[in-house]
Design a binder for this molecule. Structure first.
Ligand code: DGL
Length: 466
């Protein structure tokens, strides 16, 4: 009797899990379908058409030469992009990854960097950042166009030696794979990039950080019951508005037959720009001021929701936030012990122990698996690599002084109103240009962060300057 009740409960549980997975697959399919419909109807299709040229040696802005991809691409570099320097936290994880055996490709560290024979191109679209604020300004279309332009830049050979040059150069190597090392860009552009790569029929794949983050939450929970704890997503306003994390956490837990945890999100408006050292933001407060304010808002929002499940996991859902990890934890600690009228108002809502999920390492692992699956791992030997002058090229976008419509601030950055009022579809306007990233184009704060927090990136960056 008891056995048959257990069997019934078990088959009911399985049926519920199957139903959940089917629902997720149908919803996923419909979302993909709707996104495909959307792409066909807006300016992005114009950019997709414009971007691919077959054989020109000197391509125009926002174009790449597709004939590159007719031959073996294994020894091309891997492209990694972000809206600025935040993606360097993901790049640090890529450079330092040793989770696989490089011979057998099995998930077993072998004491060698997993990407030891690979070359990379890192691009930060710093002139157009923060990406996180475009959606709130009603410019989601423009953001999606920027993300595709970043992709086209990585696929092409065109760059500018400096913004004062009158002509671009055409000897940047194209890439064989793309990592979107930016949560906001993944949330808004990953599907567009996948569809564009399909439309161009080139053997390049793309990996984004948000799916990796959602998987990180599942892994961080182990077999614990997640229904009585909450996960806090710390991300840009744009990433939160896209609902990408709650959606993907839901589908990841659903596929694993688990009940997803409660999720609380907080969009941080200024933090990424403050970490980049943006002088317009620095004048409003310190990095700690922004962190304390936004985390207080997040926890207060959680309290007001009436939830009793404490925050036990936080996702660093913006690539810049690992750089201020300890300040974020301090802000939670401070709130946990904060008293109002003799009462610790938030103590029950913040766990004593907080798991931190940083999507960077999982993204790096996904890159390794995808390279292996697509048989795109470099065939170069260590000896060839050592004779190469450098293995990483860094690029960054800067305002283009030769662009007639350009409006810039006294600091030489794009004017805020100009930045967020631009319209998509103007492929003859190149108001920013992509130049080699050097110490002179980076704010001192960014250089200090690289030097003090990202040792592998710093080493590569220094090598690229020689
Ligand atoms: N790097 C971006 C992210 O991970 C945020 C910075 C920005 O707003 O541009 O979402």
């Amino acid at each position: 009797m008891i056995a048959s009740t257990i069997a019934k409960q078990e088959s009911k549980r399985k049926a519920v899990s199957i139903l959940r997975v089917v629902t997720i697959l149908v919803v996923g399919f419909l979302c993909g379908f709707l996104q495909a419909q959307e792409i066909a109807s807006d300016n992005l299709s114009q950019l997709i058409q414009h971007a691919k040229v077959e054989s020109a040696s000197e391509i125009s802005a926002f174009q790449f030469n597709a004939s590159t991809y007719a031959s073996d691409t294994r020894n091309l570099p891997i492209g990694v992009f972000d809206s600025g320097i935040g993606g360097l936290t993901v790049f640090e994880a890529i450079l330092g990854l040793d989770q696989f055996n490089n011979q057998t490709l099995q998930p077993q560290p072998d004491g060698k960097a997993d990407f030891e024979n690979e070359k990379f191109i890192y691009f930060g679209d710093q002139a157009n950042m923060p990406y996180g604020n475009y959606a709130a300004a009603g410019k989601e279309d423009y953001l999606r166009e920027l993300i595709l332009k970043d992709t086209v830049f990585l696929l092409g050979n065109r760059f500018w030696k400096s913004s004062s040059n009158k002509q671009p150069q055409f000897n940047k190597p194209p890439v064989k794979a793309i990592v979107i090392a930016c949560n906001t860009a993944t949330a808004y552009g990953l599907e567009d990039v996948k569809l564009a790569l399909q439309a161009w029929k080139i053997p390049v794949f793309v990996v984004g950080v948000v799916e990796a983050g959602a998987r990180g939450v599942l892994e961080s929970q182990g077999s614990a019951d997640t229904s009585s704890s909450s996960v806090a997503v710390l991300a840009t306003v744009g990433t939160c508005a896209s609902n990408a994390y709650p959606r993907l956490i839901g589908s990841t837990f659903g596929a694993a037959g688990r009940r997803p945890p409660q999720i609380v999100q907080q969009g941080f408006v200024e933090l990424a720009a403050a970490i980049e050292g943006d002088p317009q933001i620095a004048s409003k407060g310190s990095i700690s001021d922004f962190i304390n304010r936004d985390i207080a808002n997040l926890v207060e929002q959680h309290r007001k929701s009436g939830s009793t499940s404490p925050i036990s996991t936080i996702i660093l859902g913006c690539t810049h936030y690992p750089l201020v990890r300890s300040q974020i934890l301090e802000a939670f600690d401070r709130l946990r012990s904060k008293e109002e009228n003799g009462q610790k108002v938030y103590a029950q809502l913040i766990s004593e122990k907080i798991n931190i999920v940083d999507p960077a390492q999982l993204t790096a692992k996904e890159l390794f698996r995808s390279l292996a699956r697509n048989q795109l791992r470099s065939s170069a030997t260590q000896t060839v690599k050592q004779t190469a002058k450098q293995t990483v090229d860094f690029y960054i976008s800067v305002p283009n002084p030769n662009c007639a419509s350009l409006q810039i601030t006294n600091d030489g950055a794009l004017d805020h109103n100009y930045k967020y009022s631009r319209m998509p579809g103007k492929l003859d306007v190149e108001d920013t240009v992509n130049v080699p990233m050097t110490s002179s184009v980076l704010p001192k704060t960014s250089l200090n962060l690289m030097q003090s927090r990202l040792p592998l990136v710093w080493k590569s960056f220094q090598a690229s300057q020689q």
